[in-house]
Ligand binder design. Structure first.
Ligand code: GRF
Length: 188
């Protein structure tokens, strides 16, 4: 049984997809040990709390410097004996990557190697897709290394761009049709 540590910063819709698939028995080999956010207002923390899952805010504002902040994050993952770290809207520093080699996965909302790397996060990914005029986008689950979106690819799923899409409409379709499917599948 894999103990999952899920790192989030926002709404937590990917977290919700994982919880739903655990409930439905689609993910068969894992349980969530902790959900951690750097942002106390993240709705994802409430989703975890409502399920009785430990929900922890580790904010850089509470530490003297980045190193202390990163050490606190590492300590929490170790305390909860996490086997697999799942990033859903969270960037981890090299200290964490080195502590969990090939045991951190990330969901990115494009077909890597397109529209990824520094600067491509959130709605900016979808703005890039629409500005370039590509007709197919999607999402990627990959292992995390010390680069940005450079680790080995685990799963990808394509999504069609439609006439008249706004970045927000496309973002939602990529989540519904790709992210919420391949992240739970990759964990399993
Ligand atoms: C997702 O779009 C994911 O691809 C990106 O961060 C976002 C997190 O959204 N890495 P949510 O908090 O899971 O709703």
């Amino acid at each position: 049984m894999l103990r999952l540590g899920i790192l989030v910063s926002g709404g937590g819709t990917n977290l919700q997809a994982i919880l739903d698939e655990l409930d439905q028995g689609v993910i068969t080999n894992a349980a969530v040990s902790v959900v951690i956010s750097n942002n106390s207002g993240a709705y994802a923390l409430k989703r975890a709390e409502d399920r009785g899952i430990p929900a922890v805010c580790i904010s850089p504002k509470c530490y003297d410097n980045r190193e202390e902040f990163h050490k606190a994050l590492l300590a929490e993952l170790q305390k909860k004996q996490v086997d697999l770290v799942v990033l859903a809207g969270y960037l981890v520093p090299p200290m964490i990557v080195e502590a969990y080699p090939n045991r951190i996965i990330n969901i990115h909302p494009s077909l890597i190697p397109s529209f990824c790397g520094t600067g491509f996060y959130g709605v900016r990914v979808h703005e890039g897709v629409l500005n370039r005029g590509v007709k197919i986008t999607g999402a990627t689950v990959h292992f995390v290394d010390t680069g940005t979106d450079t680790g080995p690819i685990i799963l990808q799923k394509a999504v069609e761009v439609q006439q008249g899409d706004t970045p927000e409409v496309l973002q939602r379709r990529v989540m519904e049709e790709a992210e919420w499917k391949i992240l739970p599948e990759a964990i399993d």
